[in-house]
Design a protein around this ligand. Structure first.
Ligand code: SAH
Length: 340
């Protein structure tokens, strides 16, 4: 490993930044597995050496074909969740989480199971493995496992755990799925996804928030190597991530009053999109499934997954900060009182 990093740095220095840049631009064809492996080693070495800073690069991680990725879903499968004791003992042996938070996380997950907001065992495992305490920002200490959304700065929020669990359960992520998230925010949702599949993509539009969360992942990666499968991009998620499309699942974590056409196009036939759909002041969590007939006709199914309960997400906005949703028209004027 040390040798690999060392030779990576040497190769990287002799080629300047040209190799990583070639790897990152997807227009270049990669000739062989060895070439990809060598190039990725350089990126990794430079990253470890702190030279590939996220301030210079819009991309932090790029998935390369043929590269072995950390298997978060397999780790999650090996974790016992039948009893608190068995779980705690596994966590203490295999992870380095703060025991105080482990207790809180277990109790909190049980509530999400009881309320049916977490349905599949896979999702329960992903929640139990994800340290929300690292994603809730420092000014909200003490509220790490509170049943509420919290501000994370820059006008953004970490979503309410109920809503995160319902959206995650609805996505029905399978281990081989390619999943795109719009709105990285705190990084919590993508961290959960990294225990459900090895192919996670997330886009954030607010630059300082992107940099902050990117640094957080890098910092946590030593203890949580599954975060290395989270491909991250600074940019406008309205246009999706064309180079890696199609996606089996898309989760939108900012509010919009229509389904963004580029995202619909980038969703695989049979794929599921979950998004808070509605005008800026109230949305409903919708599951959209895309079907494609043999003649190419696209049909969509729509389902409200939160039983008609309204939610209020941060607006889906463009680079200038303008919301993609149209404001509601003003209410009709009150009828004039009868003159009697
Ligand atoms: N998934 C996040 C939720 C963050 S709140 C979490 O787990 O914490 C919604 C996020 O969507 C905000 O960070 C906001 O900046 C981001 N967002 C809004 N418009 C966006 C766009 N066009 N592209 C990407 N992200 C966007």
């Amino acid at each position: 490993m040390v040798f690999a990093i060392f030779s990576g740095i040497i190769i990287g220095s002799s080629f300047g930044l040209s190799i990583p840049l070639i790897v990152m631009s997807h227009s270049e064809r990669v000739a062989s597995y060895e070439e990809v492996a060598a190039a990725s080693m350089v990126v990794e070495a430079l990253r470890l050496a702190g030279r590939l800073s996220s301030e210079e690069e819009g991309f932090s991680y790029i998935t390369l074909p043929g590269i072995q990725k950390y298997d978060g879903p397999r780790l999650a499968q090996s974790m016992p969740i039948e009893t608190k004791e068995a779980w705690l003992s596994w966590m203490n042996k295999n992870r380095s989480d703060d025991p105080v938070f482990l207790e809180q996380r277990w109790e909190w997950a049980q509530e999400l199971i009881l309320s049916s907001e977490l349905k599949r065992p896979e999702d329960v495992r992903a929640f139990l493995l994800t340290p929300r305490e690292h994603f809730v920002r420092a000014h909200n200490r003490g509220l790490e496992y509170a049943d509420t959304w919290l501000p994370i700065g820059y006008g953004a929020t970490i979503t309410d755990p109920d809503v995160v669990s319902m959206m995650t359960t609805t996505l029905n992520v399978q281990p081989g799925d390619k999943v795109l998230e719009i709105g990285t925010g705190s990084g919590y949702q993508a961290a959960i996804l990294s225990f459900l599949t090895k192919d996670v993509y997330t886009i954030e539009i607010i630059r300082p928030l992107y940099i902050e969360t990117d640094a957080l992942y890098r910092d946590l990666e030593r203890n949580f190597p599954s975060y290395s499968v989270i491909n991250r991009k600074l940019g406008d998620g309205y246009y999706g991530w064309e180079e890696f499309a199609p996606f089996d699942k898309i989760i939108v974590t900012c509010s919009v009053d229509h389904i963004p056409p580029p995202l619909l196009r980038q969703l695989s036939p049979g794929g599921i999109m979950v998004l808070p759909l509605g005008p800026p002041n109230r949305q409903y969590i919708m599951e959209i499934i895309k079907y494609e007939a043999e003649d190419g006709t696209i049909t969509l199914s729509r389902r409200d997954v939160y039983n008609g309960l309204g939610v209020r997400f941060i607006p889906f906005r463009d680079e200038s900060g303008t919301s993609y949703s149209a404001p509601l028209p003003p209410p009709p004027p009150e009828p004039a009182p009868d003159s009697m």
